[in-house]
Design a protein around this ligand. Structure first.
Ligand code: SAH
Ligand code: SF4
Ligand code: F3S
Length: 456
């Protein structure tokens, strides 16, 4: 292995799993002497870890590649710059990327980035190109190991990958492959190693995280595959881990045991991201979500029965093919009934190769824009109301880093809200009680209440 220092710039697009993957790429490249750089200028290796979910996300990659071109030319005289495209655009477009953007040396899919060292060597040897977009998820986690570089006190941990749901709007089943869960012991080893490096909160990631069905730990083979509720309870036993979160869940995989975990596991934070996409049963059917609005609302009710203060978040799509004013009205009604703490909303984006793209009854762009504005107005009101409902309460806040202003700390409430307070740096990485005094759409502020708490 070479120990010469080289500069690595990674730009991450898309979801939290891409954030996790970027960190793991950095880990895999560290033994080769690659050190993270803040800017692409002068970097030896630039990786764009891309997202294919909506058209805009995918197009951003090509404009970024255009900007990298002159930087690569400048670097030619001093060792050269290798440009890699990773992530879901890499998976979806493969070799097409190198045709459309010859500046790219290497294309690597989300399941093969553990092979980056070989692939880079291959491009250097041949002064040519390399491409690897196989699906080998098992191999990947074995090769990655647990020696992660840790930036702070919170970390993402992928526990499940892929999706077999094939919602008719979505590219993920094509870019991330079939649904697959990591073995429990492998996850425990990774979380233990993180805890030893000062991580206090883990967010378990999966495209369908509540479909988790991992191989049980050694000695518990008779249990058969473990569900997410079992995994959460098990991880809650790890010393140092004070908070557990997970994302993203699908209504169809909602097991009672996971709902119960919110009642019996205090370290599981009272925040649930459960996308519904639409409130119209007709549209839900056309989307192949395989549940109704009523069924979704019944799950929310059960969650609230298990943990009355649970904050609900979601994702919504407006303007799916065939969506009428009445269907959109159903969406607004469902949103009113759920009363979201936060919710992402998007205009439907026609993705090549998905069934939705071929549907004949596409909705006008102007109609989508109008509906999105109406929906976001309602969701913003709900978010502000949820944040304001915390005023006067005392919340345990996990402090993650210094705030933007001097003497300020930034942390998160159990409900994932940003909290800013004035306080001493030694609270970073710890949980302390904060009395909430003010709220806006995006953050809470307040005062520390007598020092630090030992646990969540
Ligand atoms: N696995 C998650 C979602 C992954 S994609 C789930 O099943 O819910 C994240 C969000 O992007 C989706 O929830 C959806 O709201 C949105 N999205 C996905 N494909 C889209 C498309 N073609 N157009 C607009 N939004 C889309
Ligand atoms: Fe996409 Fe649907 Fe799978 Fe979520 S469940 S990743 S929206 S296909
Ligand atoms: Fe995007 Fe791939 Fe995540 S398409 S949302 S980066 S799984």
């Amino acid at each position: 292995m070479s120990s010469t220092r080289k500069r690595l710039f990674i730009k991450t697009y898309g979801c939290q799993m891409n954030v996790y993957d970027s960190e793991r790429m950095r880990d895999v490249l560290a033994p080769l002497g690659y050190e993270p750089a803040e800017e692409p200028d002068g970097a030896d290796l630039v990786i764009l870890n891309t997202c294919h979910i909506r058209e805009k996300a995918a197009e951003k990659v090509y404009s970024e590649l255009g900007r990298l071109r002159p930087l690569k030319d400048e670097k030619a005289a001093s060792g050269g710059m290798t440009i890699a495209v990773a992530g879901c655009v890499a998976q979806a477009e493969g070799a097409e990327i190198m045709k459309r953007a010859p500046v790219v040396d290497l294309v690597v899919g989300p399941q093969t980035y553990h092979k980056l060292p070989e692939l880079i060597a291959q491009t250097h040897r041949a002064r040519g190109e390399a491409l690897d977009t196989e699906f080998e998820v098992e191999d990947k986690f074995d090769k990655l190991g647990n020696d992660r570089q840790v930036d702070g006190h919170t970390a993402f941990v992928t526990v499940q990958e892929g999706c077999d749901k094939f919602c008719t709007f979505c590219v993920v089943p094509y870019t991330r492959g079939a649904e697959w869960s990591r073995p429990v012991d492998q996850i425990v080893a990774e979380v233990r190693a993180l805890a030893a490096k000062g991580v206090r909160e883990v967010t378990l990631l999966g495209q369908n995280v509540n479909a988790f069905h991992g191989e049980p730990p050694a000695g518990r083979e008779a249990d058969g595959p473990w569900g997410l509720g079992q995994l959460v309870r098990h991880l809650a036993l790890i010393g140092g881990i004070e908070r557990i979160r997970f994302t993203t869940s699908h209504p169809r995989d909602m097991e009672e045991d996971l709902i119960q975990a919110f009642a019996d596991t205090p370290k599981l934070m009272p925040y649930f991201h459960l996308p519904v996409q639409s409130g119209s049963d007709k549209i839900l059917k056309a989307m192949n979500r395989q549940h109704t609005g009523e069924e979704y609302l019944a799950i929310i009710e059960r969650l609230r029965a298990a943990r009355s203060d649970i904050a609900i978040s979601g994702d919504m799509i407006v303007g799916f093919p065939g969506e009428t004013d009445k269907d959109f009205e159903d969406t607004l009604n469902l949103v009113r009934q759920v009363n979201y703490a936060s919710c992402f909303s998007f205009k439907y984006s026609r993705r090549p190769g998905t069934p939705g793209a071929a549907m004949f009854n596409q909705v006008d762009e102007a109609v989508k824009t109008e509906r999105l504005a109406i929906l976001q107005d309602l969701l913003n009101q709900q978010q502000v109301a949820f944040n304001e409902s915390q005023i006067g309460r005392t919340l345990p806040v996990l402090f993650e880093k210094a705030g933007r202003k001097d003497g300020q700390l930034h942390g998160r409430s159990p409900y994932l809200q940003s909290v800013h307070v004035d306080g001493p740096d030694h609270l970073i990485g710890r949980i302390a009680d904060v009395r909430i005094e003010a709220a806006s759409r995006n953050a809470l502020t307040g005062q520390l209440v007598d020092g630090e708490r030992s646990a969540a």
